[in-house]
Design a protein around this ligand. Structure first.
Ligand SMILES: [Zn+2]
Length: 383
């Protein structure tokens, strides 16, 4: 416990551990939404270890680890994971090994939120859109086939309990709303075999029971967990439930972002401002700088794959990073395509991420100091 003095009052805050920080991040940017070949979550460290100071950075480099040590951070929350491939050994002979040894020696944990932070609302691309002054921000490409629906038939008096268990396991989230469900009443019928042990009525006899049909959406990746939770509180020995695939686009998860500038302006004016905001030394641009732009699509990091989505959305300009020569050609005539750099389009998430961690912790009565790295981890220099 730590005490913080404010006037004559003392507030007592509880300490957090690494796992608590992971929970805050994952309730916003769940690990299941990450690209399947990504490696997100705790990379180095003990989930039970107490955390009082967090350094937020895009990359884990030797300088960032040294900075974390000097600023007494117990945890580094990074965007890019430390491990992309399972290491065969942890030794000082390679950079990742040296980092892990130093982190273990200094007792600093690493937690990475990578593509799960890219694909989430208010994640990397939303932060980029906000930094560029866009309004009415939404996903450029909402994720598809992400949701299922579970329908379960439950005796009326157990409906609240089953609903609560399913909600706690992650069901019923639609956009900014949680605990979303629909309930209708009806009559369920059954006749149990001699081996059955019905909760209502007798085995071998035709029975009819008043039941609630409870429906909730659930992310596909969470279906198993939600069904298991539902089963722990449902009173029947044989539970009737259905799982449907639904094709709704996700309101909470997608890639890229699109929005409008408050006022139409020349591509040149927009890019001059963007260059300053993103701390970009140079931009690579295909497009006429005199054209007027208002609708702007963005994707932090490597976003060339979303060019067709930006074209379909009738964006005037698409700003992303890691764009190849032929992709610039493919954009010609449809919109202006801008490569602003990988670090430049992603570092804008660091401050919002730090603020979110701090605010969520404080809202839960937990004490934490969260700060953004003072270093640029961009390995690219312009000469
Ligand atoms: Zn990146």
């Amino acid at each position: 416990m730590s005490r913080q003095k404010s006037g004559t009052l003392f507030f007592v805050y509880a300490r957090m551990n690494v796992q608590d920080v992971a929970k805050i991040i994952e309730s916003w940017a769940p690990r299941w939404v990450a690209w399947e070949r990504d490696n997100v979550g705790l990379q180095v460290g003990d989930p039970a270890r107490k955390v009082s100071r967090i350094l937020v950075a895009l990359d884990v480099t030797e300088d960032v680890v040294q900075e974390a040590f000097e600023r007494k951070a117990d945890l580094i929350v990074s965007h890019h994971p430390l491990f992309f491939r399972p290491p065969l050994s942890i030794t000082a002979s390679d950079i990742v090994g040296r980092l892990v040894l130093k982190l273990a020696e200094k007792r600093i944990a690493i937690y990475s939120a990578h593509t799960n932070l890219d694909f989430t609302k208010d994640g990397v691309s939303y932060a980029l859109a906000k930094a560029l002054g866009l309004t009415n921000i939404r996903f450029l490409a909402p994720l598809e086939r992400l949701l299922s629906k579970i329908v379960v038939f439950v005796p009326e008096e157990f409906a609240d309990r089953v609903f609560a268990a399913m909600s706690a396991a992650g069901a019923g989230i639609i956009g900014e709303y949680e605990q979303c469900s629909f309930r209708s009443r009806g009559t369920g019928t059954f006749r149990g075999s001699s081996k059955s042990s019905p909760f209502l009525g007798k085995s071998g006899r035709f029975e009819a029971a008043e039941e609630t049909r409870l429906e909730m959406v659930v992310p596909r990746a969470q279906v198993k967990t939600v069904v298991e939770s539902m089963k722990t509180v449902h009173p029947y020995d044989e539970i009737a439930y259905d799982i449907y695939q639904v094709d709704n686009l996700s309101a909470n998860f997608g890639s890229g972002a699109i929005g409008e500038l408050p006022k139409a302006q020349s591509l040149r004016t927009f890019l001059e401002r963007a260059k300053k905001t993103l701390q970009a030394k140079s931009l690579r641009v295909a497009g006429d700088l005199r054209n007027r732009v208002k609708k702007v699509a963005v994707c932090g990091g490597s976003g060339s794959d979303l060019l067709p989505a930006a074209q379909r959305a009738n964006a005037d300009v698409y700003l992303t990073a890691d764009v190849r020569y032929h992709t610039f050609h493919a954009a010609e005539d449809s919109l202006a395509l801008v490569d602003a750099g990988h670090w430049e389009t992603e570092h804008v998430i660091l401050q919002p991420l730090a603020d979110r961690l701090r605010e969520s912790a404080h809202r839960n009565g937990k004490s934490i100091h969260v700060f953004v790295t003072k270093l640029s981890t961009n390995p690219i220099h312009y000469m």
